[in-house]
Design a binder for this molecule. Structure first.
Ligand code: NAD
Length: 253
């Protein structure tokens, strides 16, 4: 795990991820670099981790300080060790419906749907948000499972009307309690990815849970909904990367 700079949010995420890896018996190697680290030094560290056979997963916590090119850094990670599923190679595999590491939060959303017995095949699925880390990959995963997927964003006209058509709504906007009960078709499934702090400093989602719960068939809470799934999927991606590496090693023998 690579943490650059001293963003307090990122530090908490990295600490929690590290704790979880150790708890499940994985070895975690942490690298904390100063906010002004030269790009070449960060890329050199990634190269060393790519080459280290004891490392199966590399995570560089985003966002990075402004002087560092996030795309370049993401591309430098060996796709086989890209446990965040953000390398263009893995994004490409996902868009082709092929196996590979998938971005952790979207993967967690799908596991929640599966475990709750919610089928998306043939359903109207609306994703609000089109980020590379959540909106786009979650849309690809819903499509892979034969949902009829609409991706909405800040320029979508009459968002509420689009959302009201949906059987499954995944909300990843970053605006506290924006989606209210009157946006939701009765019985629809609502997954809230948002993490926001309200005026009192409390963590709230993008969904107004109370009003949505009155009409929805199911709705995930914030906190303790999608959030913990993200870390669980990071562990799963790391274990999968390890298994693939072992298989390749055995085949090369
Ligand atoms: P982002 O800022 O990169 O993207 C937000 C998206 O929402 C954009 O595509 C934008 O077009 C859309 N949007 C913004 N305002 C809108 C509006 N008024 N109407 C419709 N669409 C609008 O954010 P992100 O990284 O995708 O994260 C989204 C939320 O999910 C944030 O609250 C973030 O903290 C949270 N998040 C949670 C987890 C987790 O582990 N649970 C992981 C990643 C992100």
């Amino acid at each position: 795990m690579i943490l650059v700079g001293d963003d307090p949010g990122s530090a908490i995420y990295v600490r929690n991820k590290k704790k979880a890896t150790v708890e499940c018996g994985m070895k975690s190697f942490g690298y904390e670099l100063p906010a002004d680290v030269p790009e070449a030094e960060l890329l050199g560290l990634i190269d060393a981790l790519n080459a280290d056979p004891n490392v199966h997963g590399i995570l560089c916590q985003l966002p990075l300080p402004k002087h560092l090119d996030e795309f370049k850094v993401t591309c430098r990670i060996d796709p086989a060790k890209d446990v965040d599923g953000l390398h263009p190679m893995n994004v490409g595999l996902l868009s082709m419906g092929r196996e590979g590491p998938v971005s952790c939060t979207p993967a967690g959303v799908m596991v929640m749907l599966h475990r709750a017995g919610i089928e998306v095949a043939g359903k109207e699925c609306v994703v609000i948000g089109r980020s590379n880390i959540v909106g786009k990959p979650v849309a690809q995963l819903l499509l892979k499972e034969n949902g009829t997927v609409t991706v909405c964003h800040s320029r979508t006209k009459d968002l509420k009307a689009v959302v009201r058509r949906a059987d499954v709504v995944v909300v990843a906007i970053g605006r506290a309690k924006m989606v209210t009960g009157d946006w939701i078709k009765p019985g629809a499934v609502v997954v809230d990815v948002g993490i926001n702090r309200n005026a009192e400093g409390k963590v709230v989602g993008d969904v107004d849970f109370d009003s949505v719960a009155e009409v929805a068939g199911a709705v995930t809470p914030v906190p303790n909904g999608v959030g913990p799934m993200t870390i669980a999927m990071l562990l799963r991606n790391t274990l999968d990367a390890f298994k693939r590496a072992e298989k390749a090693r055995a085949a090369a023998r």
